[in-house]
Design a protein. Structure first.
Length: 319
């Protein structure tokens, strides 16, 4: 009897990782993309570059009701932002949802959103930074998302970066081959790509939105943090088992890191390498994704092949 219950417990614990990932339908010309605020405010005049970009791809654009709302830092009250996101999720004419910008605020509405229609009729949700809340929550529901530029960052994005988003949305295969750096850790890995902003991943620990990293390739990046904060967050991820069975780690941009008057003694690369040194996994640093101009699109939830060697870092998306 005890053995039976152990088996049942094992199956329950592993059911999440075994459940098949839902890949939303790729877009086609004539489809409509909604732009919404889940966090900081964003105004219609600022959306013009993003609208022009989508229209150049043959897509239609709908501005959500939160575009133009001003609630201190936020693009509307929590109720308004939740209602706007819910409307776009439930609207069958909307084929993708593009979060206008990051900052802070998505976690305030995540528990108010009913994702049941997303399970039946999945659609791409796009963005980065604070949008990691949505990436992580949807990953627990086994729905793939796009870690990508946002309308706020379109004006400074390169043409190459914009093209990676177009390819991901329209189902064109993506493969990245970038120069290696001396502090990488060589190796090969296969698995599902998960992750996002470290601060957000750290803040979701213990909640139903926290991702499972078992047999996955973990992507992390961050902006404007003190080095000791990075150390604390990485240790907390480690203590929560994030690195125990991970297949590999991709470190994107670690932009504008700060130190105290009394130096911490390690930079962000040294911190990450030190905390993960006991794990025999490939790690790539300076990958072109995150809070930087070269912020290439990543399909979170996709199966990937990941290789790090002395010359290059290869990342290929398999679905």
């Amino acid at each position: 009897m005890i053995r039976f219950f152990i088996i049942i417990l094992f199956l329950i614990q592993n059911s999440y990782s075994q459940k098949k990932m839902i890949i939303p339908p790729y877009l086609k010309k004539g489809d409509t993309v909604a732009i919404v605020c889940t966090a900081r405010k964003f105004f219609p005049e600022d959306a013009k570059p993003a609208i022009e970009l989508l229209e150049s791809w043959g897509l239609k654009v709908k501005l959500g009701s939160t575009i133009g709302k001003d609630s201190c830092q936020l693009g509307g009250t929590d109720r308004e932002r939740a209602a706007d996101l819910q409307e776009q999720i439930d609207n069958p004419n909307i084929k993708a949802i593009w979060c206008a910008r990051g900052g802070y605020g998505t976690v305030r509405i995540i528990d108010s959103i009913d994702f049941s229609s997303m399970k039946k009729h999945p659609k791409w949700i796009m963005g980065f930074s604070d949008v990691t809340v949505l990436h992580s929550h949807l990953n627990t529901l086994r729905i793939a998302t796009l870690h990508s530029i946002m309308p706020f960052t379109v004006p400074r994005a390169t043409e190459e970066v914009k093209e990676t988003l177009r390819k991901a949305l329209f189902g064109v295969p993506i493969f990245y081959d970038v120069p290696s750096v001396s502090y990488n850790r060589n190796g090969k890995a296969k698995g599902e790509l998960v992750g996002g902003n470290i601060s957000i991943l750290y803040s979701l620990l213990g909640s139903k939105s926290s991702i499972n990293t078992k047999d996955k390739v973990l992507f992390i990046e961050d902006l404007d943090e003190y080095l000791y904060h990075i150390d604390r967050m990485m240790y907390n991820l480690k203590r929560n088992g994030y690195f125990e069975n991970v297949k590999g780690i991709i470190v994107g941009s670690m932009t504008d890191m700060h130190d105290n008057e009394i130096p911490f003694g390690q930079n962000e690369v040294q911190i990450i390498n030190e905390i993960t040194k006991e794990y025999n996994i490939p790690i790539a640093f300076d990958f072109p994704a995150g809070h930087q101009k070269d912020n290439r699109t990543l399909i979170l939830g996709s199966q990937v092949e990941f290789e790090v060697n002395d010359k290059e870092v290869k990342l290929q998306f398999k679905n």
